[in-house]
Structures are given as C-alpha cells and as structure tokens.
Design a protein around this ligand. Sequence first.
Ligand SMILES: [Zn+2]
Length: 148
Amino acid sequence: MPQTPSLLDFYPLEDEKSTRISKFFDNVRQGHFTTTRCTKDQSVHWPPRVVCPQCHGEALEWIELPKKGRLFAFSALLLGLPMGMEGEAGAVVGMVELDGWPIKIFSRIANAKYEDCHIGDAVEWDPYTLADGRVFFRFRKPAAPPPA
Ligand SMILES: [Zn+2]
C-alpha cells in the first residue's frame, strides 16, 4: 500500500486524541455498526455526533444500527479517483437506506458492478481494516447463493 500524504488521506484519524467519536471506530473494531442517539429527544444521528443537532444537548448514547439495507441511489467513479484507488475505475458508490431507519449512508459498494446494480438492491455492512490498523466500512452486495 503506498504511503499517502496526510492531507490526501481520506480516512479519518480514529484515536481518542484525534476525534471525540473514537468510540465509533472502537465499535467497528468489535464488529458493531453504531451511531449516536440523543437521550433527551431520541433523535438518531448520522454520522455520529458529539452534540445533538436538534437540541444541542450533549447527552448522547451509542446505539446499534442494522447491518442490512437497500440501495437508495448509486453511481460509479470513472474519473478523478482518490490516491490509492487509481486502479479501481468503475468502483460503485451509493446511498444506502438502512432497513427500518430514517437515515441514509454514503458508502462504497464493494464487489458490485454499476451495470448489475439497481435501486432497492439489498446490501450489507462490511467492515475492514486498513494496512495501518485503522478500520472503516463499506457496504457490499450479499454473496449469491450457491447454485442449486
Ligand atoms: Zn437532542
């Protein structure tokens, strides 16, 4: 993996010194997909917050999100791919609507070809670890069932 200049590094710094949502990344490391919910007005946030955007309160709790959703919209990256992704022209990105939740998440859609994607396709959460130990996530189309 090439060393990326820090200004072009599009993955967030995840440790406690760098972000007040470091718990999100700790949770990803444990296999949990989480976000914050305000304990006062029960609003659910994406991305995770440190202050509630509704009431400006700081009493937030971490809640588990479903790991399954559906493609709400999608596109393919053909030009201007970020450093480190130069060989991945055609990579699919999309807005994922989580099953039963009023939030949509922008994400890479792994193992998918643009021409095989459709609005409403099922996708599932797919965490991964970077070479430097940081973690992140994407969504992917579920593996096809084995032929009968
Ligand atoms: Zn609130």
